[in-house]
Write a protein that binds this ligand. Structure first.
Ligand code: TYD
Ligand code: MG
Length: 453
């Protein structure tokens, strides 16, 4: 029998190499090669030959005879909007991943959920591999979460945690965070792909076996690149992304994957001294500090299924030397560059020697194509030093020809603008509503409405 050989397999693209290297030659990712033992040819052959013989025939049943596992087995988080994001609360026996940058408030949110769930009479366990019991107690007291039904354990062992989930009889278990866990059987450091995926698998198996709801915390870097949570996303039932500014501003929780609900909803939070609370009227809060200067445009956007008014600010300055600088916070930079190109080609604005800065107020991130028109108008307003009437909101997609295209859910955007006391909306001409000032192309929109010095 030949000696077992080992190969170095890239955890990103799957190509394998005879030698270790810092960077995968195939996909270019750094630090993704891991050593794996390759079975000899004889072993592989015999495993294959045995495979079909040792397998058992599956017992399949008609789908009509299966009891759905849902119905009344959901835990309320205490945040109505978050319950909607989850599709009606946390499902017993499900495994969720809460991913977000360090310091955004994951531990705080989960401690508040623990408080609510234990207050409703459920047995809850909070496991931390990062913080000591004293630290967690301090936070629990501050958030008013301390109760007899809320247990705490400090552990970094995936084996122990899986055993505890399986036999502890808890309804909800929080694991904070997956990056700190390791299995005794695997030699690599905590946070590596193999530790994260194996610990994740073990915990998921324990949760399914015992009907315990488990929420796992995963840190991601600013670019969302850390391997851990990405690997986990395939394994878990629900992936929640916690996004926003670490220091003040709004934070949003949205489901990017949900096996038991939709992924269109968002919950909007704000951090206060007694933990996170849901923002009930985000449009009002976002507009409260508005100053009507040039470069400021109010846009009616849709977050999930909720309409929201946000202020978009543009600053346009002459470039001092070299290439003009373009930055965007809360908006896609490539899209911004594209819109600047459309503005230059389709209107009389000259922007090639201008620095352009875009800011979406309140830490919001716009993923809405209807932001195009508002961004263009904000740039034009800042470049020309002209203001838009302060009682007008804007929404519409801009095509490469400078045409204004229709967007989803115009009636909800209009309703929100009416509710907050706006008089008109500059919007695609396809919408038939007296509230709408219809525009067909970018040039006419600027000529017609950008006139207040
Ligand atoms: P934390 O939940 O520990 O973040 P994460 O687990 O995502 O790393 O805390 C986030 C920040 O929130 C922390 O810097 C302190 C702050 N904070 C408050 O402002 N108010 C509070 O009541 C709590 C508990 C934390
Ligand atoms: Mg934490």
């Amino acid at each position: 029998m030949g000696k077992a050989k080992s190969r170095f397999v890239c955890q990103n693209c799957g190509s394998s190499f005879a030698k270790w290297a810092g960077r995968c030659e195939n996909c270019g990712e750094w630090n993704t090669l891991l050593e794996q033992v390759v079975p000899t040819e004889a072993e592989a052959k015999s495993a294959l030959a045995k495979g079909a013989v040792s397998g058992k025939k599956l017992k399949a049943v008609s789908i009509n005879t299966i009891e759905p596992s849902d119905a009344g087995s959901r835990l309320c988080t205490g945040f109505p909007d978050l319950d909607v994001v989850l599709g009606g609360g946390i499902l017993l026996g499900s495994v969720g991943l809460l991913a977000g940058q360090p310091g955004i408030g994951k531990s705080t949110l989960l401690m508040q959920i623990c408080a609510q769930v234990s207050a409703a009479g459920h047995k809850v366990l909070y496991i931390s591999g990062e913080e000591s019991a004293g630290q967690v107690k301090m936070r629990a007291v501050r958030l008013g979460a301390a109760s007899d039904l809320l247990h705490f354990a400090s552990s970094a062992s995936g084996n122990d945690i899986a055993k505890t989930i399986e036999e502890g009889g808890y309804d909800l278990v929080i694991v904070d965070s997956i990056q700190t866990l390791s299995l005794a059987e695997i030699s690599s450091a905590p946070g590596t792909v193999s530790q994260v995926s194996n610990c994740g698998n073990l915990i998921i198996r324990a949760a399914k076996a015992s009907g315990t709801a488990v929420v796992i915390v995963g840190h991601v870097t600013k670019e969302g690149t850390l391997a851990g949570p990405k690997v986990l996303e395939h394994l878990v039932d629900v992936v929640l992304n916690f996004e926003g500014d670490r220091y003040g501003g709004f934070k949003t929780v949205r489901a990017v994957k949900n096996r038991f609900g939709s992924t269109t909803e968002v919950a909007i939070f704000e951090m206060a001294d007694k933990g996170l609370h849901e923002v009930k009227n985000p449009s009002e809060a976002l507009l409260s500090e508005r100053q009507n200067t040039d470069g400021s445009i109010i846009m009616a956007t849709i977050e999930g299924t909720r309409p929201l008014l946000v202020e978009i600010q543009a600053l346009v300055n002459p470039t001092n030397f070299g290439y003009p600088k373009r930055t965007a916070s809360g908006f896609d930079l490539n899209r911004l560059n594209l819109l600047i190109a459309v503005l230059e080609k389709r209107t009389k604005l000259r922007l090639q020697d201008k620095d352009i800065f875009i800011n979406v107020v309140g830490g919001m991130r716009l993923n809405d194509s209807a932001a195009d028109l508002a961004i263009c108008m904000a740039i034009a307003s800042a470049a020309a030093g002209r203001k838009l009437n302060e009682k007008i909101v804007v929404f519409g997609e801009v095509g490469l020809g400078g045409e204004i295209r229709s967007v989803i859910a115009p009636e909800r955007r209009i309703a929100e603008a009416k509710k907050l006391g706006f008089d008109h909306a500059i919007a695609p001409a396809t919408i038939k509503d007296k509230f709408v000032l219809p525009v067909k192309d970018l040039r006419s929109a600027l000529v017609k409405y950008m006139n207040n010095k």
